[in-house]
Structures are given as structure tokens and as C-alpha cells.
Design a protein around this ligand. Sequence first.
Ligand code: ADP
Length: 255
Amino acid sequence: AKRIVIKVGTSTLTHSTGKLNLLRIEKLARELSDLANQGKQILLVSSGAVGAGMDRLGLKEKPKTIPEKQAAAAVGQGILLHIYEKMFGEYGQIVAQVLLTRADSVNRKRYTNSRNTLMALLNQGVIPIINENDAVAIDELKIGDNDTLSAMVASIIDADLLIILSDIEGVYTANPQTDPSATLLSEITDITPAVEELAGGPGTARGTGGMYTKIQAAKIAVNSGVTMVIASGGREGAVREIVQGKNVGTIFISK
Ligand code: ADP
């Protein structure tokens, strides 16, 4: 794999206190910088802006109104980028902030423009750090979750691989939080309605999409010729091992 999109969820980036998990972010920055040093083109889709903003603003609960949530996102996005800039910078790696909205993937002119910008960044060895433009995106016109956003990005730039890092090893035969007998599926070749059934609703309190949006993302990825892997963000070296072709998490192979 040459061009790789990595998505990290809130549950990977934050502690249960809601504060950013700096050690996790630091290890991710090191691992991705190392791949870039090996000639890989890396794009990072990162959640965590609303959480970082809530923390800075001293909010204990998720804001209830849309403007308040968007305000938290606006505060948090800057904090998040500052941390990435600092940590990737330690390894001599240049990052860029790219905030997208749904229109950037459906409107042909905007699609081409997003693609061109991302390609220009990759050609200069820059790691784009991508998020939905939560501060201004209107609810009805939103992509809504970063699993879907990461699959759209992978499709826009013809990625070879999409890696979604979550708080769980991969897709299980049922939600392991409610069914202790659930087992890990290491490969999914066909996204049948039965597979979609496995996902259930959103998982953790801090995460948003649960397994459902990840399987929807897999559909987009596989249909665009992108192989996708879901793995645990807590597992050290997961990204490196996946890129080496090791059997980690759940793989959806594109046909
Ligand atoms: P993230 O913040 O990484 O996107 P989420 O909390 O949104 O993470 O999604 C992961 C969660 O989805 C898991 O922790 C689990 O509780 C839930 N889940 C539901 N069904 C399944 C399943 N079949 N296999 C694995 N996880 C599942």
C-alpha cells in the first residue's frame, strides 16, 4: 500500500475523563511519521475537536444547542491541530488542516478541487489532517460521522488502504459489550444485510457512530476499490502491522 488513510475516533483520542490522550496521539504521530519516512503517503482523519473544545471551555456535558456544539468544535479544532502540529513536528513531519463538508464530495467542481488540494499536499510530503468543518456545517447537509468521511476521502484520492482505529479489535459477531460470547471476524468479503445487522446502534458514550457507520464506510471503500481494516487504536504498532499485511483486526477486501 502506497497511499493510506487513517481514521481515529474520539474513543481512541480521549481518556474517559474527556481529556485528550496525549500518549496515544504521540505514538500515532510517531508511527505515521515513520510510514511517511518510508515513502508512504499518509492522510489522517481525526475526530476529537468537540471533546477538546468542551474540555477547554470547562463544559461537563455535550452542548445541547447546535450553535454551542459548533462553538466547542471551533475552539477544539484549533487545540487539536496545535497538538498534531507539535507532535508531528517533533519528527520533522509537516501537517495541514483540511476541513471538508458534504458538498466537497458530491459537487463535481468542489470534488475535483478537494482532490487537487489533497494531491498537492501529498506530493509535497505533507500529512493532511482532515475533519468535517463542524464549526459551520449545517446539520442537514452534514456527512455526520468521520467513518463515512474517511471512506469518502479514501475514494476521492484513490487510496490503497483505509484504516479505521477504534476502541475495539474489529467487527465481532455481536456487540461484545452486550454479548460476551461474541467472536472477532478477521475478514469480511461481502457486506450482506446480515453483516449490517451485527453492528447494532452506536457503541460508547464518547464515540459517535458505533460499528454501524464503520460498516457503511466499508461499503463506500470497497465499492471505490479501497481495502479497509478496522483495528484497535490501543494496540501499539497496529498501523505498521496492517501496512505490512499482517492479520490485524477485521479486513474488508475490495474486489
Ligand atoms: P469510535 O469512537 O472509535 O468511532 P465507537 O464507540 O463509535 O468508536 O464504535 C465502536 C463500538 O461499537 C464498540 O466499542 C462496540 O461497543 C460497538 N459495537 C456494536 N456492535 C459491534 C460489533 N458487532 N462488533 C464490534 N463492536 C460493536
